[in-house]
Design a protein around this ligand. Structure first.
Ligand SMILES: Nc1ncnc2c1ncn2[C@@H]1O[C@H](COP(=O)(O)OP(=O)(O)OP(=O)(O)O)[C@@H](O)[C@H]1O
Ligand SMILES: *[C@@H]1O[C@H](CO)[C@@H](O)[C@H](O)[C@H]1NC(C)=O
Ligand SMILES: *[C@@H]1O[C@H](CO)[C@@H](O)[C@H](O)[C@H]1NC(C)=O
Ligand SMILES: *[C@@H]1O[C@H](CO)[C@@H](O)[C@H](O)[C@H]1NC(C)=O
Length: 365
């Protein structure tokens, strides 16, 4: 059970003043990753053709897409959101928690430009405590969602997000203090391509202080082409997230010799771990099918919330939302069942809406 995983703190809640209790919770969830400004617009076929975009796709920007981001803003009515996988999950967790604000901290790298200013504004609106490393060599990362009817073509440009530097940001005293304040850490695997040394510094801090470090496999290419980086971090991982496709890719690379999600979860759970006071748990989602969780002694499955397929608007961001919901309860030291319930709830809300957006308040008990 998860209770063994959690930090035991004396429950003196009733003795605390409101402000003390608020201070206890602020910055307790720490995320670090690739901040992207999401730019969504309904575009036309000419626009897709001009940039040779397929109506339904997910690509990284190339040279030929350079002008796309300025043009979409000029030509169409756009909506902005603070995006990027990890920042999305931290936002969702904050939304689930509601009060106090700034339970979630987020670090990442942006540019000194207009999109960076908008991103800071949007992070503030989401009530997360974002502290960006701002540099002026690369522009703020963006992800354009080019919508035509039921289709959406995503074009991501990491740009500044790729430029995060440990010694320029994470190591600074005022930033490291925020890391120290946290109890739960979450980093998506995508960041393994950006700053392994930053991830390791945070992971080691968590391990040495018996706090929870969570990682997401994020994509098959991370399991394949960033395998060495991934396996350097794995011994510090307390909670490992992934979907079934990522799990299969991971299993293949690790020569687990199985494609069975439960078996994969078991084998990933048993990989070597530095902090032996906590057993790793592995959380694998399977879309509409049950979520598989391996803890030290057993593998359990948890059915997702049922939804009529005609109510599904856009499953993009379902995985990020799942993680955000899970973390929102984990950071409140709730048992595993409750973490999964919140994860399924948040994912269910997000797939009923376009993009990774949510209503004003959650309706979750
Ligand atoms: N068709 C569906 N029906 C019900 N729930 C779903 C469906 N698709 C996704 N979900 C919810 O979202 C969660 C995560 O879904 P999934 O495993 O598809 O993540 P993912 O593929 O990583 O998502 P993303 O599209 O963000 O990459 C599921 O555990 C479930 O709670
Ligand atoms: C949506 O994309 C699919 C291919 O992915 C295509 O067949 C369909 O025509 C597109 N619909 C519109 C309205 O563009
Ligand atoms: C899992 O995530 C990957 C991206 O890493 C995506 O391509 C794939 O479709 C997802 N799998 C399922 C079963 O939802
Ligand atoms: C992270 O994990 C979730 C849940 O296991 C998965 O659905 C998702 O694809 C992963 N995504 C990212 C972007 O890290």
């Amino acid at each position: 059970s998860l209770s063994a995983l959690l930090i035991n703190q004396p429950d003196n809640e009733s003795l605390r003043t409101a402000s003390e209790s608020k201070d206890k919770h602020s910055n307790s969830l720490f995320g670090m990753g690739n901040p992207l400004l999401d730019i969504c617009a309904i575009v036309d076929k000419d626009f897709l053709d001009k940039y040779t975009l397929k109506p339904n796709d997910q690509i990284l920007a190339e040279d030929k897409h350079k002008e796309l981001f300025e043009e979409i803003v000029k030509k169409f009515k756009v909506e902005y959101h603070a995006g990027g996988a990890t920042q999305n999950s931290i936002k969702i967790a904050q939304w689930m928690i509601q009060q106090p604000h700034k339970v979630g901290t987020f670090f990442g790298c942006i540019g000194k430009d207009k999109f960076g200013e908008i991103l800071k504004e949007k992070a503030k609106e989401a009530h997360i405590d974002a502290h960006y490393y701002e540099q002026d060599e690369e522009p703020t990362g963006t992800c354009a969602a080019c919508i035509t009817a039921d289709n959406r073509s995503l074009v991501a440009n990491l740009a500044a997000a790729n430029c995060y530097k440990k010694e320029k940001h994470l190591d600074l005293e005022e930033n490291w203090q925020l890391v120290e304040k946290a109890k739960v850490y979450y980093i998506a695997g995508f960041f393994l391509t950006v700053s392994l040394e930053s991830i390791l510094k945070v992971a080691k801090h968590a391990s040495e202080n018996n706090k929870l470090f969570c990682l997401n496999l994020s994509a098959p290419f991370i399991c394949q082409f960033f395998k060495d980086n991934l396996m350097q971090v794995m011994p510090y991982v307390d909670v490992l997230f992934g979907n079934e496709t990522e799990a299969t890719a991971f299993a293949k690379e690790q020569e687990f010799e199985t494609e069975d999600t439960k078996e994969i979860a078991k084998k990933a759970q048993a990989l070597p771990k530095v902090n032996s006071k906590r057993h790793r748990i592995v959380v694998l989602t399977q879309g509409k099918d049950e979520t598989v969780i391996a803890s030290s002694d057993k593998v359990k499955t948890f059915p997702v919330l049922k939804i009529d397929p005609k109510d599904i608007v856009d499953t993009n961001g379902a995985g990020d939302a799942f993680v955000g919901g899970f973390l929102s309860e984990l950071v409140q030291e709730k048992p595993l069942d409750q973490c999964v319930k919140a994860a399924h709830y948040a994912a269910n809300v997000i797939i009923r809406r376009a993009g990774c957006t949510f209503p004003e308040k959650p309706d979750f008990k």
